[in-house]
Design a protein around this ligand. Structure first.
Ligand code: NAD
Length: 506
């Protein structure tokens, strides 16, 4: 038996209960059918139906928001050490079921096991990290003034909505839900309709770890239906959203009437800039990793390569050779580097750019076609001879597709890098430290790495500028979103209070 056969057999065991019973919503610790009936979750590997999934409507969101509202006071007031212990047990539960999570995630989303096995553990790490912040999260400051002792504290904002996308959905859900729970908020989670399976595993693990009913509720369904209702619900105080920029704009509009606080983590068209003085071997590895890992379905991917013209021919030739070697295959095969794209709709979108590239006059130097027709497989693709005004350089393709654009001078590179509506990440390769300092200072991005691929460190701020988002996650920044600052001033003496109406009018 190969490792692939072994993984397929294990997956079949894990999915058996969903195939027969479907995936219900989870509200106040109870399984509930969706008021809108069911929809089907389809695997991108072979287009087979995985299972029925509850289709949540405004009625389900109302039930979940009410459950989160009712569970909030007790969760907020639970001693921090007890809340911390539950979060640690959730991390342990994720670790214990990491293989199940990874295999289900691969089947549901098409992501390669090579990457998803680590993503499940990253989810556990998120819970551990924020569990360790629980005790201090509400600490404030004493700010003494001449007449008052001023105290600031932080209190959890209340029930929050978490709306997540289908790319690495388990890890991204934990990235939002762990700090929300650590802050003392209760949560209604609306996972992406294309990837419902591991959201179900997460709520099961959380309840098994002792999370009280109603603290985390999961309502499946469509964005325009369940997602919209969540944004509009008056009992939900804030929405933590990860997804496309245009959806982020809708989230803002939908939350306007109830004055929602929104945290938006949105799309990107991120540049990686390679100067001719860089360590080109390492730059090549990083350029390839940051667009072809995770199927290129990654908000932080470097989808625009800005390459200095002095090294362009050689660098692109090496790139083509490596890209053609990337293994496209069954996501449960541990050797696979790229699996199928998540849905028919997304496959149609990504493959449409092959013609768009040709029409715009770019060269398809590698890939540019599909692989078989059993699932949504595409070849890793490289466009060269591109300009930054082409659609392949401006639009987020969100697949294993890289657009290479030449530049001559540093100023030109900076202009091209910033000439985009987005501003999530940037990657700079140079051995000139002065240039790196100068360049990163002027690069419009929320997160920049110099001579490195994206290596996430949880205490650092995560988020984008321009159309890539509003707000930051990570470290204490997460608590800024999920908590309210409160000021209390205590008089320390008998300071003068201006008297009004102390004397009768003449
Ligand atoms: P999407 O915006 O289509 O959907 C994301 C979620 O929003 C889903 O759960 C969907 O059901 C819901 N939704 C859709 N319309 C809604 C509405 N009107 N109201 C409320 N909810 C609604 O995004 P996607 O296609 O699932 O994910 C890919 C996108 O996510 C890419 O643009 C990618 O860059 C972005 N992303 C960003 C980050 C980041 O940290 N910046 C991380 C991962 C993904």
């Amino acid at each position: 038996m190969t490792q692939l056969d072994d993984n397929v057999a294990k997956l079949s065991g894990y999915l058996a209960r969903f195939r027969t019973g479907g995936i219900p919503n989870r509200i106040a610790g109870q399984d509930t059918a969706g008021a809108g009936g069911v929809f089907q979750s389809v695997s991108p590997v072979d287009k087979s139906v995985i299972c029925d999934v509850a289709r949540g409507t405004a009625a389900d969101i109302d039930a979940a928001a009410t459950a989160a509202h009712d569970a909030f006071p007790a969760w907020r007031d639970m001693p921090a050490k007890e809340r911390r212990a539950i979060l640690i047990r959730i991390a342990e539960g994720i670790e214990a079921r990491a293989e199940e999570i990874a295999l289900c995630e691969c089947w549901d989303t098409g992501q390669a096991y090579k990457f998803m096995s680590k993503a499940a553990l990253r989810g556990a790490e998120n819970f551990r990290y924020f569990a360790d912040q629980v005790v201090q999260a509400r600490d404030g400051q004493h700010l003494k003034s001449p007449t008052l002792m001023n105290i600031t504290t932080r209190v959890p904002i209340g029930p929050v909505g978490v709306i997540t996308p289908w790319n690495t959905p388990f890890m991204l859900s934990t990235w939002k839900i762990a700090p929300a729970l650590a802050a003392g908020c209760t949560v209604v989670h609306k996972p992406a309709e294309a990837s419902p399976v591991t959201a179900r595993l997460l709520v099961e693990i959380a309840e098994d770890a002792g999370l009280p009913p109603g603290v985390l509720n999961t309502v499946n369904g469509f964005g325009e239906e369940a997602g919209k209702a969540l944004c509009e619900h008056p009992k939900v105080r804030a929405i933590a959203f990860v997804g496309e920029s245009r959806t982020g704009s809708m989230i803002t509009k939908q939350g306007a009437d109830t004055l929602k606080r929104n945290h938006l983590e949105l799309g990107g068209k991120n540049p990686v800039i390679v100067f001719d003085d860089a360590d080109l071997d390492r730059a090549l590895d990083a350029v390839i990793f940051m667009i072809y890992s995770i199927n290129g379905e990654r908000c932080t991917s470097s989808s625009r390569l800005l390459i200095q013209d002095t090294i362009r021919t050689e660098f692109e030739a090496r790139l083509v050779e490596r890209v053609n070697n990337i293994r496209v295959g069954h996501p449960l095969d541990p050797a696979t580097e790229i699996g199928p794209l998540v849905t028919q709709e997304h496959y149609d979108k990504v493959t449409s750019y092959f013609d768009i590239a040709r029409q715009d006059g770019a060269t398809i130097a590698a890939g540019g076609d599909v692989v078989g027709d059993t699932g949504y497989y595409v070849r890793p693709t490289l466009f060269t001879d591109a300009r930054n005004d082409m659609r392949i350089a401006r639009e987020e393709i969100f697949g294993p597709v890289l657009t290479s654009i030449p530049f001559t001078t540093e100023d030109e590179a900076l202009h091209i890098a910033n000439d985009t509506p987005y501003g999530l990440t940037g990657y700079v390769w140079t051995n000139d430290i002065t240039r790196a300092l100068r360049f990163t200072d002027r690069l419009e991005a929320g997160m920049i790495w110099v001579n490195s691929e994206n290596v996430r460190h949880l205490p650092t701020p995560f988020g984008g500028v321009k159309a890539s988002g509003i707000g930051r996650d990570g470290g204490d920044w997460s608590f800024e979103f999920y908590m309210e600052q409160k000021h209390i001033g205590f008089a320390t003496g008998q300071h003068k209070i201006t008297k009004l109406g102390a004397t009768a009018p003449q």
